[in-house]
Every structure is written in C-alpha cells, then in structure tokens.
Write a protein that binds this ligand. Structure first.
Ligand code: RNT
Ligand code: ZN
Length: 411
C-alpha cells in the first residue's frame, strides 16, 4: 500500500493525514543526554548513586563532552522532527578550573549552548542531586545536616540561573526538573521530618527571582529506589501537593509508580488541575529499570491521552532511560523515534468518534472500532513522515556503521 492509499483510508475515518503531518512538525521531544554515558557526567568519577542503575557494558560509551556531542549528533540525524537537548548539571564542561556543584555558573555550559544554537535547539536542565560526596546518608535537600541541605539548595538555585541563561540564549523555554533520590532502605522512625525539610528547601530555592515565562520548574516524584525501598521523601502525594500549592509543574516519570499504576491514566487527572504537565518517558521492566522506550501499549496510551485532550502544547515530553547493554546511539534512536511514533499514532485516531461512542454508552461499537483501528495502515504514514523529515526509514545500517567507524575505537 502507498501513502496515498493510506491517506484515503484515514480520510474515511475523517482524519486528514496532511494536517496530521503538519502537526507533527511542532511536536518537540526533549532528548536526555545521559543515555550516552550511562549517567556518568563530566564533573565527578563517583559511581552512579541515588537508587538508579545502568546495567550492561556495551562498547563505545562517550567519555568526553566532544564524544557525547558527536554521539548525540549521530542519534539526532536518525530521529525525525523537533528535538530539544536535555542536560544534567553534571555535564558541565570545565575549561579552566573545576568548580563544585554549589558554584556552577552559566559559563560552564557555554559549550552546550553553542552546540544547541548551531542545531537550533532549546535546552532543558536538571540539577544533579546524586553521584556526589555531599549526598549524605542518601539524603540531599531533606538532610538533617544543615551544611548538606544548604549545599544542595545553593546548587539548585544556581541551576535556575543557568536555566534562565539557556532560555535567553536559545529563545526557547527551559524546563528545569528537580528530582531528589532521598529516602530510606528500611522503615523510618520519622517520615514527616525529611518531607518538612524538603518542603523548606524547595521554598528557599524558589524564593529567588527568576523569569517564569522562560524557566518552568518541574518536580518529579518517585515511589522507591534501589537501596531506598521503604521510603521516598519526594513521593507522588508530596510532589503533587507541593506543585499545586506553589505554582510549579508536576513531572511524572512512568517508571516511578507501582507496576500496576499507569501514567496514561494519571495524565487526565493532572490536566484537570495543571496548565502544564511534564513527562519522563521510560520503560520499567518489573521495576524502574529504565529500559529503552518501545512502541508498546502504554507508550501509545500516554500519547493518546495527550492528543485526545488536545494537550500537545500543555505537556513537556522528555525521554529518561539508560541502557548500557546495547549500542547507546540505537537506544536513543529507538526510544525517541518510538515516542514520536506514538504521537503520530495518536494523531491518526478518530478521538471525537470514539468519545461519542463512549458518551452514548455504545460500548460494543467502541470496542469494535478500537480494535479495527489497530490494523489501519499506520506504517505508511510513519514512513511518509520520515521521508519528509529526510530521515532514514530503517536506521540499523547507519547505527552499525557508526559503531564500526567511531565507537569501536574507544578503548
Ligand atoms: C530517577 C529519575 C531521574 C533520573 C535523571 C537522571 O529515577 O527518573 O529523572 O533518571 O534525572
Ligand atoms: Zn525521571
């Protein structure tokens, strides 16, 4: 079947594929830089901490800013449409002298700004509150040690200033996401104390002036981490309540809930109360394992919830996973392409007709139609989208060539 035939099939459902392809041009996905080096960063040799883990030892991990940039370029060339660069503060590039995280300045990210500008991309940002000696007893912003807490408050304040610099330089909004790993492995004696201190720390951080039209501060929740199984300070209830009360944006990572909870169902609840919502798209396998995002049911369902409620411009979509067991370029390419694929799939769904069937309680027809849609010629439209974006239909050979040309030489 050709694209033109597929276009006609979709027309019968009342869907104009040309309009859909136009909409796809505006869909931006923020691509996490940390897939390229297993969340190592350039500011410390510390092992990855904070209850997150990369597993695998595939050849060719990026060891320098230059290598990471080169790898991201390789990945970007195989990902269609708009992209944004998502950085962690641990990816600062020190040219003259090293400074610790509580002394970071915009100049330490100049190289990344140049990189993003050359590629006409915006930048999103993340303070890094893990893999660092000032993480004391697995606590940062909720630490009872005032010196530790103040260190991290200063770090996040500086990250807000750096985020504003990114927005000024690139002309695009910078989404700055706060995630802390803080928690306890075993049953805490005091659950309230750490949460009150985290709240106090956030209040102090957000008391600095910043331009809210340029920097969108988000707060990410989590249910548990490795070694932090019994208690997480920044739980869902904490982060949602804090965001709602303080006018910041909640961020949902779909690896951060109990395995039978789904972010696709949470999306509409948050859209009722928040002008903006942020996402970390990942794939948990049995736990928050951060496998590469696939074109699977939940990814499709999440994007359906955004598109069906006309919320593409209200949701910040970012990827967040780290697989060290396969070619890291392919991890990026597969995951981000699948996010875009799921958005396109959602745009090719006749949501108004489906909603009408639901409202009229015609559930038999609703199920029949939902199932019929699964065999529509979606692949033809996806390929047409790739052709128009001048991106290869099958990225495999390019990825393998890059591995042979570049990655194998990194010993
Ligand atoms: C960890 C969170 C967090 C990190 C990144 C590196 O579980 O998902 O977003 O993955 O900040
Ligand atoms: Zn995340």
């Amino acid at each position: 079947m050709s694209y033109l035939e597929a276009k006609q099939r979709y027309e019968q459902l009342g869907i104009n594929t040309e309009e859909v392809l136009e909409t796809m041009k505006k869909v931006n996905v923020s691509v996490h830089c940390w897939q390229g080096d297993d969340v190592q960063g350039f500011d410390t040799k510390e092992a990855l901490s904070g209850g997150i883990q990369t597993t695998g030892n595939y050849l060719g991990k990026a060891r320098t800013p230059e290598e990471l940039m080169q790898d991201m370029d390789a990945a970007f060339s195989l990902i269609p449409g708009k992209k944004k660069l998502n950085l962690h503060s641990s990816y600062a590039v020190f040219e003259d002298e090293f400074v610790d995280r509580n002394a970071l300045e915009p100049k330490h990210f100049k190289k990344w700004v140049e990189y993003a500008k050359e590629r006409k991309m915006g930048i999103d940002f993340n303070p890094t509150l893990f893999s660092h000696p000032m993480v004391k007893d697995n606590l940062t912003l909720s630490s009872p040690d005032e010196e530790v807490r103040q260190f991290w408050i200063e770090h996040v304040k500086r990250c807000i200033q750096i985020s504003e610099y990114f927005a000024n330089e690139t002309g695009e909004v910078c989404v700055m996401n706060i995630w802390i790993p803080d928690g306890y492995k075993d049953i805490p004696a005091d659950r309230l104390g750490p949460r009150m201190r985290f709240k106090q720390s956030l209040d102090e951080i957000l008391s600095i002036p910043y331009d809210k039209s340029k920097v969108v501060v988000t707060l990410e929740s989590k249910v548990f981490g490795i070694g932090l199984e019994s208690y997480t300070v920044g739980s869902a209830e904490f982060t949602l309540s804090y965001s709602a009360k303080n006018g910041i944006t909640p961020l949902m990572d779909n690896g951060h809930y109990h395995p039978t909870e789904v972010v696709s169902d949470k999306m509409s609840a948050l859209l009722c109360f928040n002008e903006k919502v942020a996402l970390h798209v990942t794939r948990g396998v049995r736990w928050d394992s951060d496998h590469v995002v696939l074109f699977d049911d939940e990814t499709k369902e999440i994007m359906k919830e955004i598109v069906a409620h006309d919320a593409l411009d209200r949701v910040f979509i970012a990827t967040d996973y780290f697989d060290a067991s396969i070619n890291r370029i392919s991890a990026w390419v597969t995951g981000v392409r699948n996010v875009k694929k799921a958005v396109l799939y959602a745009l090719l769904t006749p949501h108004a007709s489906l909603k009408k069937l639901q409202d009229e309680n015609r559930t038999t027809e609703l199920m029949l139609m939902q199932e019929e849609l699964k065999t529509m010629p979606f692949g033809e439209v996806w390929e047409e989208y790739l052709r128009r974006e001048q991106v290869e239909l099958n990225p495999t050979q390019s990825i393998l060539d890059y591995e042979q040309k570049v990655l194998v030489n990194r010993k």
